[in-house]
Design a protein around this ligand. Structure first.
Ligand SMILES: Nc1ncnc2c1ncn2[C@@H]1O[C@H](COP(=O)(O)OP(=O)(O)OP(=O)(O)O)[C@@H](O)[C@H]1O
Length: 256
């Protein structure tokens, strides 16, 4: 098994007026290269904080983060900027720049990397074609639907040809049909470009439809990690079940 991301005993504590709060508590987690790996758990479990450690948007107080063989913990700001080029990220609320067109948004990281204009324009077009939005290049984000905005965000994340795509609740603002469309795009990214995807979600259906592996987070700790069996169907529980039981359809549940 080839690992692309390795978190080793990472911890993060936030200082709050009422005292300290341990958001991530000594978590060790490995992500397999080429996989789609979900992180599921209740609100406040620490999922986003853990994900943000994978591109050093959040720096652990303790422990190490290694991505593509490079230890992110301990890098200088310049070295981090370089390392982040191979790690794309998308968010629940898309985080697009509203004063830039769709192609302007996709071009941002290429401009920062000082890519030549002609090459940049070709790359932007290629990324927009990949997500099916070539015809929206000159539009502004405010004219787009939620699903289209998330496609632009995916195109922007792909511009630098990343090896990893981090997704923080990418479908939580979208309706079920649009959610399926975006999950299809993510699957396409994974299968055709070989990009490893880590996806934080609280939606069990997201995990069921695209994840190869899933880790469960509770109170700042990863309490379970397991491989998904594809097409496990919709489950109805009679008694409270663990995430593993609900996702894999073990004892105490029935198919509908
Ligand atoms: N910079 C910060 N300062 C203080 N507290 C923070 C900070 N970032 C996150 N937290 C707190 O840490 C807890 C865990 O946050 P995190 O966003 O990682 O959880 P989550 O599992 O992703 O939950 P959600 O699904 O609600 O985003 C939350 O209670 C949040 O308020």
């Amino acid at each position: 098994m080839k690992l692309i991301i390795h978190l080793q005993q990472v911890s993060r504590t936030f200082a709050l007026p009422e005292g300290t709060f341990d958001v991530v508590k000594s978590v060790s987690l490995s992500i397999e290269r080429g996989a789609i790996h979900g992180i599921i758990g209740a609100s406040g479990a620490g999922k986003s904080t853990l994900l943000r450690m994978m591109n050093a948007l959040e720096v652990p107080d303790e422990g190490t983060v290694t991505v593509s063989g490079q230890k992110l913990t301990g890098l200088s700001e310049t070295q981090l900027r370089d390392a982040r080029r191979s790690i794309g990220m998308i968010f629940q609320h898309f985080n697009l720049l509203h004063n830039r067109t769709v192609s302007g948004n996709v071009a941002v990281s290429l401009e920062l990397a000082k890519m030549h204009k002609r090459e940049r324009e070709a790359r932007v077009q290629e990324c927009l074609r990949f997500v099916g939005l070539e015809d929206k290049a000159k539009q502004y984000p405010s004219r787009l639907s939620g699903g289209q905005k998330q496609r632009v965000a995916i195109a922007r994340a792909l511009a630098n040809q990343p090896s990893v795509l981090l997704c923080d609740e990418p479908t939580s603002s979208l309706d079920p049909n649009t959610t399926s469309e975006i999950l299809e795009v993510l699957r396409h990214v994974n299968e055709t470009l070989g990009v490893t995807i880590v996806i934080v979600t609280h939606e069990m259906d997201v995990v069921r439809s695209i994840c190869d592996y899933v880790s469960v987070m509770e109170n700042g700790q990863v309490t379970d990690t397991f491989a998904m069996e594809r097409s496990s169907g919709v489950q109805v529980s009679r008694t409270p079940l663990s995430y593993r039981e609900q996702l894999l359809g073990k004892a105490g549940s029935e198919r509908v």
